[in-house]
Every structure is written in structure tokens, then in C-alpha cells.
Ligand binder design. Structure first.
Ligand SMILES: Cc1cc2nc3c(=O)[nH]c(=O)nc-3n(C[C@H](O)[C@H](O)[C@H](O)COP(=O)(O)OP(=O)(O)OC[C@H]3O[C@@H](n4cnc5c(N)ncnc54)[C@H](O)[C@@H]3O)c2cc1C
Length: 266
């Protein structure tokens, strides 16, 4: 069974909020000094889902990541967890994309891999939370797409997926090949064992450029965007607090009620 997992590296979500800064003129996030990149948490769960499928059905897990200068020790983590191969789409032409051009590049890379039964993504990237790339890939590949999975089984060429709902889950079947996005309800991703870490250190990622996936750079990254980011800003939150006092609780309550009536709240 051939399983492909799309993994995005994002700035560590545990970084202090004060480190988050925007260049409003350029509509860009300023990379914060000292904040390291990590695998987007839902994508680690997608890797775990892939490895569980491999544990039961056998086969090969290939990881694809799109990004420039991705730190190798971080992007190799899925290999240390048990994935077999890592492909990085690394070229300036891939940069500055939106959900459309990101999904297109990943879909073309998956086409180039050729043989695949299941493609897994996180339910959404932990930085921008668009939750669109997975469904976009399914559309470009012309295969069924199932979102927000908490359990995946494969039987006789069919994926059986428990899909998270707000008050429970539903069970969906789809003929393979299919794309499935994975949610945190899947459970904790496995730790990388020492043996896996040492094996991953020896493996080299395969680097693909636009020509390797047979795509014109004009369809990729910033040039291939279908959307335009008009304004990026940090909301200013203002809080106003008025203390109502009284000689005793009853007087304070009376004054509070009068104040609320004055403000037309009651
Ligand atoms: C308002 C806004 C402002 C933005 N500003 C910037 C900016 O200043 N600088 C900047 O670099 N980006 C910026 N982006 C991000 C860029 O547009 C996104 O990377 C792109 O739209 C993909 O969407 P997403 O990251 O939300 O992915 P989602 O659709 O949430 O991702 C779902 C899944 O798709 C897969 N996936 C997504 N991206 C990748 C990837 N690169 N490699 C492998 N798998 C992947 C993962 O499995 C992921 O879990 C911005 C996005 C928004 C919405």
C-alpha cells in the first residue's frame, strides 16, 4: 500500500504571542527571531495515521513538504517516526503561494510519484488554519476527499473513515485512491525511537524543482495564486472597566442596576 503524507512546517505555536509581528506595508508576517519551525501538529497526526495504516497493511509511507530552507532535523522527523521517504519541493518558485497554488504544487508532485492509494493531510495548517489544501489536492487529482478523520481503516480497496462531527462522528466509505485529512481526535502521534532517529539522520531527502514535477513556475507560488491578500493586520483589543462601589453589597448592587439601566443594558 502506498501512502503519501503532506507535512507543513510552521513557526512553533507555543511561541509567546508577543513574538508575532506583521509587516503591514508588505502584508507579511515577520519571521520572529528565536522561534523555531516545527511540524504542524495536525500533520504529525497525519503521519501517525499513515504509520498505523502501514502497521496493519504494510507498504510505503512517502512524506512531501513544500518550503524553502526547511531545517533538515525538523522536516526529517516523520522519517524518524517510521516513514520511508521524504520529498521536499524546494525552489523560490514555490514561495508566496496561497491555498490554490500550494495544493496544485503538491498534487502535481503526487502525480509524479504515480502509484498511491491514500493521501493524508492535516485537517488544517496550525499557522493559517485555512483547511483548504487537502480538499484542493483531492480536486486536482480527481479523487474522493474526506475531511477531519479520527480513524481510518482500509478494506479491499475501500477506505472506511470515522469523520469527526460537533457532537459525535459519522462513518464514510470511499473507493481508493482517496485523500483524507486527519484531526487531533486520532490520538497522540508516536515518539521517534533512537533507532528511527539514527536511520533518519542517514537518509537524504529528495529535492524536487518545478521542472521535476512538470509544472511551469508561472503556475506556482506567488505567481500561481488565485487569491490576493488585501490586508493583514493585528486587531487592537481595548478593554474598558468601570468599578461600581457601595457602602455595602446591597448599595453596590443598586448602583450597578442603575448604571446598567442608564447604559440601556437592562
Ligand atoms: C491571511 C493570510 C496571510 C498569509 N500570509 C502569509 C505570509 O505572510 N507568508 C507566508 O509564507 N504565508 C502566508 N500565508 C500562508 C499561505 O498562503 C499558506 O501557506 C497557503 O495558503 C496554504 O494554506 P494553509 O497553510 O492555511 O494550509 P491548510 O489548507 O490549512 O493546510 C491543510 C493541510 O495541507 C497540507 N499543507 C499545507 N501547506 C503545505 C506545505 N507547504 N507543504 C506540505 N503540506 C502542506 C498539510 O497537510 C496541512 O495540514 C498566509 C495565509 C493567509 C490566509
Amino acid at each position: 500500500m502506498n501512502i503519501i503524507v503532506c507535512v507543513k512546517l510552521i513557526p512553533d505555536p507555543e511561541a509567546p504571542p508577543a513574538s508575532f509581528k506583521i509587516d503591514t506595508a508588505a502584508n507579511k508576517v515577520i519571521p520572529a527571531a528565536g522561534v523555531s519551525l516545527v511540524i504542524s501538529p495536525f500533520d504529525e497526526q497525519a503521519v501517525e495515521a499513515a504509520l498505523r495504516l502501514k502497521d496493519v497493511n504494510g507498504g510505503k509511507v512517502t512524506v512531501i513538504s513544500l518550503g524553502m530552507g526547511l531545517p533538515r532535523d525538523v522536516v526529517k522527523k516523520p522519517l524518524a517516526m517510521g516513514a520511508d521517504e521524504l520529498i521536499i519541493l524546494e525552489d523560490p518558485a514555490f514561495e508566496g503561494g496561497d491555498s490554490w497554488s500550494t495544493a496544485y504544487a503538491l498534487a502535481m508532485a503526487i502525480k509524479k510519484i504515480g502509484e498511491f492509494d491514500v493521501v493524508l493531510c492535516g485537517r488544517q495548517a496550525g499557522d493559517w488554519d485555512a483547511g483548504q489544501v487537502g480538499s484542493g489536492i483531492a480536486e486536482f487529482l480527481g479523487i474522493p476527499g474526506i475531511t477531519i478523520a479520527k480513524k481510518i481503516e482500509v478494506n479491499n480497496g475501500t477506505a472506511v473513515v470515522e469523520r469527526v462531527l460537533s457532537d459525535g462522528y459519522e462513518v464514510i466509505e470511499a473507493v481508493l485512491p482517496a485523500l483524507i485529512t486527519v484531526s487531533n481526535e486520532l490520538g497522540e502521534p508516536r515518539f521517534a525511537a533512537l533507532k528511527g532517529i539514527m536511520a533518519a539522520a542517514k537518509k537524504q531527502p529528495v529535492i524536487w524543482k518545478p521542472a521535476d514535477i512538470g509544472v511551469e513556475p508561472s503556475k506556482l507560488g506567488a505567481a500561481g495564486r488565485a487569491t490576493k491578500l488585501v490586508k493583514l493586520f493585528q486587531p487592537v483589543r481595548e478593554g474598558k472597566c468601570e468599578i461600581i462601589e457601595g457602602e455595602n453589597p446591597a448599595e453596590a448592587a443598586e448602583k450597578l442596576a442603575l448604571r446598567l439601566r442608564e447604559a440601556k443594558v437592562i
